[in-house]
Design a protein. Sequence first.
Length: 276
Amino acid sequence: MDTQKFADQIRYYTMRELDNLGFGHFGGSLSIVETLAVLYGNVMNVSPEKKDDPDRDYFILSKGHAGPALYATLFLKGYFDEGFLYSLNQNGTNLPSHPDRIKTPGVDMTTGSLGQGISAATGIAKGNQLLGKENYTFAIVGDGELNEGQCWEAFQFAAHQKLDHLIVFIDDNKKQLDGYTTDICDPFDFVEKMQAFGFSSWRVDGGNVDAIEAVIDQAKEIKGKPAAIVLDTVKGQGVPYLEELADNHHIRPDEAAKAAIKKAIGTLAEKIEVNP
């Protein structure tokens, strides 16, 4: 698969569904687009036909507020149709703002309470290890989410249990709800911290699909340790207007912002050659 093209499509449909809703988590959804494109495009053993296959790979979006990007990915992979995508966060929807494994086809774990998703991912990886399975568990956790102590308890357990089929991505987009992560609670060096917790760890350009895929291959070569891949990203990644917006975690756009968002959607539409 052309992973960069897939990323461009995910970004476009993420913007479309959020624009249709009229508000939402633009910034943190866009910063994980390239990682989702790599995982669902070339890495994970998943498909709509095997969505309940116990031998599939598992994906847990611990930073559940980035659900719109996951939903766009699942739509493009054929888990549901486009109309379903635009039901995001509507009354009675099966596509809530944060992932729900009961309601949404292709979602492996309900998330939203920050810190809990990574614990669930660790439990899934341990369960598969006990069953002697070779499938992988992948999880994306937010940099601000790592303020939660529960994450570090899970990491310590994962390393102790030698869960080498667990790969955790840290979306280091530098911001959280209330501002910059360094101002709220300085995380220091995520790579060094994860190594200290017993993980193999790397930092990679989170906007470069080839670099992300290469480091996943590298992570799979190391046995006896879980892996952490720190994604160097930008909140609002791939949409210059949103990248430069100061408060871009959850946006309720005014008229000027709505116009800028629609213009960005038009630019993305041209890039992937669709009608906006």
